[in-house]
Design a protein around this ligand. Sequence first.
Ligand code: MN
Length: 133
Amino acid sequence: MAARILIVEDNAANLELVRYLLAFSGYTVMQARDGVQGVEIAMKERPDLIICDLQMPLLDGYQVLARLRENPIGAKFAVVAVTAFSMPNDRQMVMTAGFDGYLSKPIEPEKFVEQIEAYLPARLRAPPRTTDL
Ligand code: MN
């Protein structure tokens, strides 16, 4: 069965792009527009994967991760950071914080789903689309 994926992202255009790409590929997508809502939905819905922006109001991505990790259930969630920061040590900071993965913006629509699927076990990947309409 295809994964249920939560997107936590305050930028409407990025949120819509990511939502569209994942939904088109067959994933069930949930969305949150800030960190507080992100933690709330994550704990309620227990998604298979969380894609989390770093720069957000209320709680940033690092704070969202910390809130999740302090809970025994949230500690097990797979959380991938998506960030516009492009400093060379970003990846290291993100991985040190305890994220499961890291993608940098801008999102590349043709590669994005494949990049995300690398963080999903095979059983949670959507079957490939067989027709291009
Ligand atoms: Mn942001």
